[in-house]
Design a protein around this ligand. Structure first.
Ligand code: MRU
Length: 355
């Protein structure tokens, strides 16, 4: 059953319904966002998370934001819309899908600026729904394009959550595994728990178990040992932003997994939609890395696990250099040995810029 990660309910005056991912795996509960501030908060606090899902949340968030704009002329509306997109863009900096989604919404408003404000609002709702529906198709295509890399009987390591919860409903990295299973392959997945917020154990293990996929949970610091024991034959992860040269930002810890995979001669795959590429950024050095609150590290899930007053560094993402990536699997095809040339060769006219 596909996961209803994020849905729009009603017409232009409607609301967003999303699975509160902070409560999983113990509680599967929907929350409703009726206004701009509540969806900003949902993105910031990771109730909705994962690059493509944040892109959809941003686009739907725009529709919530424009409910509050009560002006009659299109020019003033467009100025107010810019405030809405800027505000939503301040929620999380790393996943480029958020900025891609917001840019798409702005573009649609511009294209419709000769229409009435009501008509522009309708066009924006339709665009947000289109982004969501496209993501469903894209994820399935990523699954198709990647499944050949998964051999029958193999073990696969994944980090963080790049499943249905991180997209409209089917995932990117996990889409490849779902597809491999649909093809009748027997696979065994090792899920890194993914400190500090445990997206691997709370979300990936939960999703895979529900899909009937054999999953084994490990702590992040066990991955090298698992590789040495030859329990995994490849690694597959998602991405939050891919620079023009293929350097890839993903959940903190992904970089170390790539180094371990290289050391053990294990292929390292990234699965991501074209909307995760940011070709305005030359290399991973320019990708903004979100830093989150120290309490996520010192207080785990409620209990203090570090001395009071200790210094904490809590980057939410890191960058895996392109040289550590065997291939990037997209909906348009596979980019082997990612480099500027190989990326441009595949993406060609699909290239987008956020700036
Ligand atoms: O902080 P999160 O949970 O939003 O981080 C998510 C990840 O790093 C995912 O791997 C990435 O967004 C790809 S999701 C298809």
């Amino acid at each position: 059953m596909p996961l209803p990660t994020i849905e729009w309910e009603g017409d232009i005056n409607g609301r967003i319904r999303l699975i509160d991912q902070t409560l999983l795996p113990t509680e599967l509960k929907f929350v409703y966002c009726e206004d701009l501030k509540s969806i900003w908060h949902a993105i910031k606090t990771l109730m909705v998370r994962g690059a493509p899902a944040i892109g959809i949340a941003g686009a739907m968030g725009v529709v919530l934001g424009i409910k509050e704009i009560q002006v009659k002329d299109a020019d003033t509306f467009l100025k107010e819309l810019k405030h809405v997109t800027t505000y939503l863009g301040s929620s999380r900096p790393t996943a480029v899908n958020l900025f891609w989604g917001l840019a798409r919404m702005e573009r649609v408003a511009q294209e419709n600026k000769n229409k009435s404000v009501q008509e522009i609002k309708e066009a924006l709702l339709q665009e947000a729904l289109k982004i969501q529906n496209e993501d469903k198709v894209i994820c399935r295509q990523i699954g198709e394009n990647g499944a050949d890399f998964i051999k029958d009987g193999s073990g696969i390591l994944t980090h963080c959550n790049a499943g249905g919860l991180a997209t409209a409903d089917y995932g990117t990295a996990l889409a490849v595994l779902f597809k491999a299973k649909e093809q009748g392959k027997h696979i065994k997945v090792y899920a890194d728990e993914t400190r500090p917020l445990l997206q691997g154990s709370r979300l990936t293990a939960w999703e895979l178990m529900h899909a009937g996929i054999d999953v084994t949970l490990i702590c992040d610091n066990m991955a090298a040992h698992v590789m040495k024991l030859r329990k995994v034959q490849c690694v597959i992860v998602g991405a939050d932003r891919i620079a023009a040269n293929g350097d890839t930002a993903n959940k903190i810890g992904t970089y170390s997994v790539s180094i371990m995979a290289k050391e053990h001669g294990i292929p390292f795959y990234v699965a991501a939609p074209v909307s995760t590429f940011d070709l305005s950024i030359k290399s991973g050095n320019d990708i903004p890395i979100e830093e989150r609150s120290p309490e996520e590290v010192t207080h785990g899930f409620g209990k203090r696990t570090a001395p009071e007053g200790v210094n904490v560094f809590n980057p939410a993402f890191d960058v895996t250099p392109a040289k550590n990536i065997t291939a990037i699997i997209t909906e348009k095809g596979v980019i082997k040995h990612p480099s500027i040339e190989n990326i441009q060769r595949l993406l060609g006219k699909h290239i987008h810029r956020t700036t």
